[in-house]
Ligand binder design. Structure first.
Ligand SMILES: C[S@@+](CC[C@H](N)C(=O)[O-])C[C@H]1O[C@@H](n2cnc3c(N)ncnc32)[C@H](O)[C@@H]1O
Length: 244
């Protein structure tokens, strides 16, 4: 069975960036992650990766931030990747789109100088296996920022919060138009909740996520909840000597 049969990432891709444009919590998370990525010390010639990179909101920012490095934007969905490609300035030659399912990624051990994955692990068929792969791909001492949605969205509370934000910033009439335009986003998010309910998409508490990251071998430097409490953000490093 195709595990993501219900969630149509290609349809989602067409409107995915409405999140960036209009969802203040998506923007806030982007800011939070990029503030952390900015602290990385990345030598010339390094390779960085964004796993489950979607429409490229993070991978493109990373490529701009680190012109001395190559950024691998890894995602299996052609629609998501096409959206990323369409936003990529011609001058951004260090951004590479690698269209592949997470199970088929071929990266050598100790290849990456840094890695992020935002809201993608929960969609993968074997997220703990992917965490172990991420650990393997990173060089000893290299950082990882791992964000994952582990709890189900309370639809009403999110609609109210985003609705207020839209009304404040755009007025009632435009807010209603934007909500109408965002129907595909809502539809795909409803499919995501279905997959979570069925136990097909990974759900976890904050502690369970941290434990999974540690089990993969990472040393956690700090961890917190984010995205209105439904997601977990872990700042981790591949230790220079493996944990037993
Ligand atoms: C919710 S989106 C997150 C995108 C991006 N990280 C962001 O936060 O904007 C999840 C992404 O995971 C990708 N994805 C789902 N299953 C995948 C798999 N098996 N291999 C690679 N990518 C996958 C989807 O195509 C989608 O772009």
């Amino acid at each position: 069975m195709e595990l993501t049969a219900n969630v149509n990432w290609a349809s989602y891709a067409l409107q995915y960036d409405m999140l960036f444009q209009y969802n203040p919590f998506y923007r806030e998370l982007h800011r939070e992650v990029m503030e952390l990525v900015k602290n990385w010390e990345i030598p010339h010639g390094s390779i960085l990766a964004d796993i489950g990179a979607g429409t490229g909101n993070y991978s493109l920012s990373m490529a701009e931030l680190f012109p001395q490095a190559t950024v691998l934007h890894v995602d299996k969905d052609p629609g998501m990747n096409a959206a990323a490609r369409s936003k990529r300035p011609v001058s951004l030659t260090n951004h590479h789109i690698y269209q592949v399912g997470v199970d088929e990624i071929e990266l050598a051990s100790d290849h990456l100088s840094g890695l992020i994955s935002v809201h993608a692990l929960y969609t993968f068929p074997k997220p703990e296996k992917v965490l172990r792969q991420m650990y393997d791909w990173l060089q000893p001492g290299a950082p990882a920022i791992l964000v994952n949605a582990g709890r189900m969205v309370n639809v009403l509370s999110w609609q109210v919060a985003i609705g207020w934000h839209l009304i404040r910033n755009h007025g009632l009439r435009r807010a209603l138009e934007i909500m109408q335009l965002g129907k595909e986003v809502s539809r795909q998010n409803a499919y995501i909740r279905d997959m979570q309910r069925q136990g097909i998409y990974w759900m976890h508490s904050h502690q369970e996520f941290c434990e999974a990251v540690s089990r993969a071998g990472f040393k956690i430097q700090s961890a917190r909840t984010t995205f209105r409490g439904i997601s977990d953000l872990v700042i981790a490093v591949k230790p220079t000597t493996p944990t037993s």
